[in-house]
Design a protein around this ligand. Structure first.
Ligand code: F6R
Length: 361
């Protein structure tokens, strides 16, 4: 049932081009986006996105999309904080709950809190028969197929795809995107499975790098813009399956404290596609190197041409449209965690202390 792979996690990472393809086929049709027409973003004042763990990082990426494409104010929170914070919610707002299992206790409680307070509750789930799907006004399946590995991988990229489609719809509904621009962004999404396949070809490169990483006691991940939540996701993946202490930071936050951690034993993994924020991230990366830090730079051909000097290791990713880079860069984040854990000999699919579905708070 592992289909020739050593672990479910490896199989599920490799399945991403195929399951993303399924989700694309469902949500992007020749006529446009296939999303419920009563999910109309034109007159809402705010969007609230709530989830736990990896699903929360998917929400954190989506915040950048909803804000930049649809000019829609977005609040995000982890469900365990949201539910007890009992925040005031505008009645003309939507709340979206993202959950692979659809059974996470805190996310379900957050959903129940929102009933009757917001105009609509929306579930983005992998299990259509789950409590969160059943109790929401609208349930959108992510179509990732069964995910067995405790570390979420293909569910994350499929969550991102559904959230990206929603952000495009919001942009159209709110008059911030022309039909032609929508078509162009849909094309950008459609090329993702091919790009992910190419990123998966980096498996052996990342395997070699991960051998060194497995010796580290601490690892830092850096990113800017929508790459910041990806840095958080990379750190979560690494700590949960390899048990190496890892932290993700917004690169600009480094000098406000964490840079004190930098020494020659602490690898710093930088996710930096050559986008408008590239130069800023590179200058943070250089601050790390100036303090003896060893940097693993994950970028594209252009980025590596500019910034490889003095870098410990480079990983060359395919070029990708700026907006959807987080979906592609999830692959190296996952493969680094996977190979590092395998090198350490941990139980990759069933890491200690963790359960696939957290149905108690
Ligand atoms: C990390 C991971 C967890 C889950 C979190 C939410 O790899 O799997 O952080 O993302 O427990 O679970 P769901 O999505 O089922 O609500």
């Amino acid at each position: 049932e592992k289909g020739g792979y050593k672990h479910f996690m490896a199989k599920e990472i490799a399945e991403q081009p195929a399951v993303l393809g399924d989700a694309l086929q469902h949500y992007l049709t020749d006529d446009g986006l296939n999303l419920p027409s009563d999910l109309d973003f034109s007159n809402i004042s705010r969007l609230t996105l709530v989830a736990c763990g990896t699903a929360f990082y998917a929400c954190s990426v989506a915040k950048y999309w909803f804000e930049s494409l649809a000019r829609l104010p977005v609040e995000i929170d982890v469900a365990s904080e949201f539910r007890y914070r009992e925040p005031p919610l505008p009645t003309d707002s939507y709340a979206i709950f993202v959950s692979q299992s659809g059974e996470t206790a805190d996310t379900l409680a957050a959903l129940r809190y929102c009933h009757e307070k917001v105009a609509k509750t929306v579930a983005v789930v992998n299990v259509p028969s789950s409590s969160i799907a059943r109790e929401s006004d609208i349930a959108l399946p992510i179509l990732a197929g069964v995910e067995v590995g405790v570390a979420s991988t293909k569910a994350f990229t499929c969550q991102l795809l559904v959230l990206a489609s929603l952000a495009l719809k919001a942009a159209r509904d709110r008059g911030h995107m022309t039909e032609a621009e929508l078509k162009q962004h849909m094309e950008e999404l459609r090329i993702l499975p091919g790009l992910l396949t190419r990123a998966l070809d980096l498996d052996e490169t990342l395997n070699i790098v991960s051998n060194d990483l497995s010796e580290a006691r601490d690892v830092l991940f850096l990113g800017r813009g929508a790459m910041y939540p990806l840095a958080l996701e990379g750190a979560l993946k690494l700590k949960e399956i390899s048990y190496i202490h890892a932290e993700g930071y917004a690169s600009g936050e480094l000098k406000h404290g964490p840079i004190a951690l930098i020494d020659s034993h602490t690898p710093v993994i930088v996710f930096a596609p050559h986008d408008p924020l590239f130069d800023k991230t590179v200058s943070n990366m250089q601050e790390v190197m100036a303090r003896g830090g060893k940097v693993l730079l994950v970028s594209d051909r252009k980025g590596l041409e500019i910034a490889s000097e003095g870098v410990w290791q480079t990983v060359q990713m395919p070029e990708v449209p700026d907006l959807f880079a987080p979906i592609l860069y999830a692959v190296p984040a996952q493969l680094i965690a996977y190979h590092t854990a395998v090198a350490k000999g941990t139980d990759v699919d069933q890491p200690r202390n963790l359960a696939k579905s957290v149905t108690v708070e």
